[in-house]
Design a protein around this ligand. Structure first.
Ligand code: XMP
Ligand code: MG
Length: 184
């Protein structure tokens, strides 16, 4: 894996596609252990979740349904703290077991907003969260993330669905921002 440049920033290789697959397989098995007697709805939080969501489903061997919604809080490589709902939930989940699927949990603002939204409008039977990545050093909330594939340091990452100003989502591997070097 080589370093890459996206817009004005350099990114160094962080996690290879095969390593990511192994993490997701383990996570899917854990979720299955908890939900094998139910038909959960996996709710993907777009856009960053696309690759994780798709690979997770291939490893999940139980009955399940899927839905999506879209929110946004990032501008460039910084969280703005404001969460915008861009696309409404694609399926009614009232009285169902749902698992929110996230690419990455950073401050936890997005999830906090989503919890409110589900509590006020959908009232699912249960709500848990599965995230591919978690930045524990920045996560400031008092709820826990039920399933996490990997905890990572507080550095901006890209690839495997995650973007820097909309570019880089199609990279099969994960990259980390190289600090202290800016291209002009
Ligand atoms: P919060 O702070 O609300 O952030 O937990 C969650 C959302 O912000 C995006 N995010 C990132 N996107 N590289 C990205 O490409 C990152 O390092 C990163 N950190 C947070 C992401 O959309 C996530 O759902
Ligand atoms: Mg996201």
């Amino acid at each position: 894996m080589e370093s890459i440049t996206i817009h004005d920033k350099n990114f160094v290789p962080y996690l290879k596609h095969d390593e990511i697959q192994e993490l997701i397989k383990n996570l899917a098995e854990k979720v299955y252990e908890d939900y094998k007697d139910e038909t959960p709805i996996f709710v993907g939080v777009l856009n960053g979740v696309i690759m994780f969501f798709s690979d997770f489903l291939k490893y999940y061997k139980g009955k399940c349904e899927i839905a999506f919604l879209q929110v946004s809080s990032y501008s460039g490589t910084q969280s703005t703290g404001i969460v915008y709902k861009k696309m409404d939930l694609t399926k009614d989940v009232v009285d169902r077991h749902i698992v929110l699927m996230e690419d990455i949990v950073d401050t936890g603002n997005t999830l906090e907003n989503l919890f409110e939204y589900f509590k006020n409008t959908q009232r699912p039977k249960s709500l848990k969260v599965a995230s591919l990545l978690l930045k524990p050093d920045v996560f400031q909330k008092d709820f826990t993330i039920d399933y996490v594939a990997k905890e990572i340091p507080n550095k901006f990452v890209l690839g495997y669905g995650l973007d820097y100003d909309e570019l880089g989502r199609n990279l099969p591997d994960l990259y980390q921002l190289e600090e202290g070097r800016i291209n002009h």
